[in-house]
Design a protein around this ligand. Structure first.
Ligand SMILES: *[C@@H]1O[C@H](CO)[C@@H](O)[C@H](O)[C@H]1NC(C)=O
Ligand SMILES: *[C@@H]1O[C@H](CO)[C@@H](O)[C@H](O)[C@H]1NC(C)=O
Length: 367
């Protein structure tokens, strides 16, 4: 009986978690210096179950059949439509393969790259709610200052952050979690600066594993990712000497692709944990060196002025057409078939037992 219930539940999950998708502009404004946000609360990013589709290489071709969610990019600290990122909207795509969750961020932008100077290159960040009290505004919204925030005073305000600064990252190459940094037990990435952080507010932000009340070497950088720009005309692979990889100012689209296991070994409340059939809260930030000027930390654009829902849908969508009642029919048909077969077997056995013994006994040696 519990197994049947489980089957029924599994079949119903896709229906329960079927998510309506809506793409629309974010209406937000700021009034008299006070923070206010009128978010389009209907915005949801749906991560469907699509195994075996994505190679983590920064290229977008493998995402072409995945629906994206288009967002206007407004300054995070003053989300006024007049100050929108002018070159285009950001398209956010997500999916999962049952183990990892994948993200693709696409944003139009003239090519700029300055080797070794990340602030003169575009940059992106993902942020997720961990603690129930963590707000989008103020990166968790803990009211403690830099000197007093700890995992006790800010408990419940944890947000998980992935930040990719591409100044030392070769396009198409994989960055993020690596053996060297993970063996030190923190969320750093010395090669490409694709780091795994957590925060309670903008002033209390730390690499996973590090913290104001001591370091813990059990942490890891659980993210991986790559970037690309559509103006690149080779596919075989860049090396560092190819920098700046394309011509400055060339029109095109930036691609940032990421993955992370849905569950991590985090014991410190520093990673968001994703669950199939469940919803998480996320946000995406984007930095761009407008007019060649280096960006600064708080000068980023954001896809919304509040959390955006990320729905990780269950993998049973192929079965929804049959449905629970149809499966009931299938099992009763199977039961009927079984009983017909057993009836035939018992008739046959009965015949063998009670038929006249006309066949003479044949000794084994004569065979
Ligand atoms: C706070 O962090 C420290 C250092 O990582 C750790 O030893 C301690 O157990 C944590 N406390 C709580 C309440 O999480
Ligand atoms: C934790 O690690 C950071 C970076 O390695 C270091 O600067 C800091 O002093 C360490 N803190 C403690 C309490 O050991």
């Amino acid at each position: 009986m519990p197994r049947k219930l489980l089957l029924l539940l599994q079949l119903q999950l896709p229906i329960l978690f079927f998510i309506s998708v809506s793409i629309g502009p974010v209406n937000s404004h700021q009034e008299s210096g006070e923070w206010s946000c009128e978010s389009g609360s209907e915005i949801r990013v749906d991560a469907e179950f699509k195994p075996g589709l994505i190679s983590l290489d920064g290229h977008a071709e493998d995402w072409k059949d995945i629906d994206g969610f288009e967002f206007s990019l407004l300054p995070a600290l003053d989300p006024h439509p007049d100050h929108e990122y002018k070159a285009g909207k950001m398209t956010v795509k997500a999916l999962h393969d049952g183990h990892d969750v994948f993200f693709m961020l696409q944003v139009d932008g003239d090519y700029v790259y300055s080797k070794g100077n990340s602030k003169k290159c575009p940059s992106v960040s993902l942020m997720f709610q961990i603690g129930d009290s963590a707000t989008y505004h103020d990166m968790g919204g803990c009211s403690q200052g830099k000197g007093s925030c700890t995992n006790k005073t800010c408990k419940g305000h944890e947000v998980d952050i992935m930040h990719f600064s591409i100044g030392t990252a070769i396009p198409g190459r994989l960055y993020g979690g690596n053996l060297v940094d993970n063996s030190e037990g923190n969320g750093g990435d010395r090669f490409g600066h694709l780091v795994d952080l957590y925060a309670w507010n903008p002033h209390c932000r730390y690499l996973d594993g590090l913290g104001p009340s001591g370091n813990d070497t059990s942490a890891q950088n659980d993210w991986k990712g790559a970037w690309w720009h559509s103006s690149f005309d080779i596919n075989s692979g860049f090396v560092e000497e190819d920098s700046p990889y394309s011509t400055d100012g060339k029109q095109g689209t930036y691609y940032f692709e990421f993955s992370r296991p849905m569950r991590t070994v985090d014991r410190l409340q520093q990673d968001a944990q994703f669950m199939i059939g469940s919803s998480s809260k996320m946000s995406v930030a984007f930095w761009y060196p407008v007019d060649g000027q280096p960006w600064h930390g708080s000068g980023h654009y954001s896809v919304d002025c509040d959390w955006v829902s990320l729905d990780i849908s269950s993998g049973n969508s192929m079965l929804t057409s049959t449905g629970p009642s149809a499966s009931g029919n299938v099992s009763s048909a199977f039961a009927l078939l079984l009983s017909v077969v057993s009836l035939c077997v018992s008739i046959f056995v009965g015949y063998r037992l009670f038929r006249p013994k006309s066949i003479p006994f044949t000794p084994m040696e004569n065979l």
